[in-house]
Design a binder for this molecule. Structure first.
Ligand SMILES: Nc1nc2c(ncn2[C@@H]2O[C@H](COP(=O)(O)OP(=O)(O)OP(=O)(O)O)[C@@H](O)[C@H]2O)c(=O)[nH]1
Ligand SMILES: [Mg+2]
Length: 338
């Protein structure tokens, strides 16, 4: 029985559908906090998703990802595109203050109705952050932003999971980041659809570009050939070529759709949603005092946790008690009929 939307969430959904940015921000906060009812809300929003081009940016801290994204936002706005930006667990979160000092300020984008910028940060487990990123991306997509630009630093588990959301992955490197060997070691060659060598004003940029170019030629997947672009984000140089490369990659993807890869992607999302839902439901079920005596015996150290867990999962009755505690609590006799 799918969960029904509460009156409050229904109202929020109506405001969201009327493209109220306050409602959008609220929905993302609910997603971030993993609030109850989010799954029902996402269920309603899902049909409006699948339109946006999602572009992920990764690279070492300080490589210039935010600066680059800020420039791209301006370039897309000039093309009349509405842009969503998500910064995942940023070391230096986007703020209303100056990111670039002088010319383009992130603050200008914050005031622009055609741009939505949000930072998501770590709460609880790392898995939680990639789930929140996935859902926030869906939400921005449903709201109508296209493209959606996602910034993440490094190549840990979370970052790779976040990059899995992106249709196009841009790896931002810098001359002082060492040579291309470092890039290869970090496995970035595997995930890069586009390489950017930023800070092209610094020495060594041309050499790094050549090395990366050589390494992508060795990557023999026959199809897309990863371009290596020089940029100076701070000066706004090389941005148009990057916009074009992103568009080319999107066109490539649209003409080379792979049903197997798409199916795997959908299944990964489905498993994540299902396990998240089950976990949340179980935790709420236990907290609501279902199977209360087992729980308190475990907490007093009187019962082996493995034994308690097997007692619950091994019996349909106790399992139902845990999983459906909430439904049972709120069911009134006449709802129970239907
Ligand atoms: N010399 C030079 N500096 C740049 C260039 N692009 C960005 N920077 C500077 O590099 C610094 C870091 O830029 P950010 O855009 O914050 O880098 P980031 O990759 O987002 O950093 P984190 O979010 O902390 O990982 C800032 O001081 C920028 O002004 C460039 O092309 N040349
Ligand atoms: Mg940044």
């Amino acid at each position: 029985m799918p969960q029904k939307l509460s009156a409050k969430l229904k109202q929020l959904l109506e405001r969201f559908e009327a493209r109220d940015k306050g409602a959008l921000a609220r929905v993302i906060t609910l997603v971030e906090n993993r609030s109850a009812g989010v799954a029902a809300l996402m269920d309603q929003l899902y049909r409006k998703t699948g339109r946006a081009h999602v572009v992920g940016f990764t690279g070492a801290p300080g490589a210039g990802k935010s600066t680059l994204i800020s420039r791209l936002v301006a370039a897309y706005r000039a093309l009349d595109r509405e842009v969503g930006v998500l910064a995942i667990d940023p070391s230096s979160p986007f703020s209303g203050g100056a990111v670039l000092g002088d010319r383009i300020r992130m603050a200008d984008h914050f005031r622009d109705a055609g741009v939505f910028i949000r930072s998501l940060s770590t709460r609880g487990s790392h898995g939680g952050l990639s789930r929140a990123a996935r859902e926030a991306t869906r939400v921005l997509d449903a709201f109508g932003y296209d493209p959606i630009l996602i910034e993440t630093a490094g190549v840990g588990q979370t970052e790779l999971a976040v990059m899995d959301l992106a249709h196009t992955t841009v790896v931002v490197t810098v001359p002082e980041g060492g040579d291309s060997v470092q890039v290869m070691k970090a496995g970035l060659n595997e995930i890069a659809d586009i390489f950017v060598v930023n800070k092209a004003d610094r020495s060594g940029a041309e050499r790094l570009r050549t090395e990366l170019d050589l390494s992508v030629r060795l990557k023999s997947d026959g199809g897309w050939r990863t371009p290596v672009l020089l940029t100076q984000a701070a000066e706004g140089q090389g941005i148009d070529a990057l916009v074009q490369a992103i568009a080319s990659h999107r066109a490539y993807l649209l003409s080379h759709r792979d049903p197997v890869i798409e199916g795997e992607r959908r299944l990964r999302e489905f498993r994540e949603i299902l396990t998240t839902e089950m976990e949340a439901q179980v935790l709420r079920g236990l907290a609501r005092g279902a199977v209360a005596s087992l729980v308190s015996q475990v907490s007093r150290g009187e019962l082996n946790p493995y034994h308690a867990a097997r007692t619950i999962t091994g019996s349909p009755a106790t399992m139902a008690e845990v999983l459906w505690a909430e439904e049972r609590d709120k069911e009134t006799p006449d709802e129970a009929e239907g």
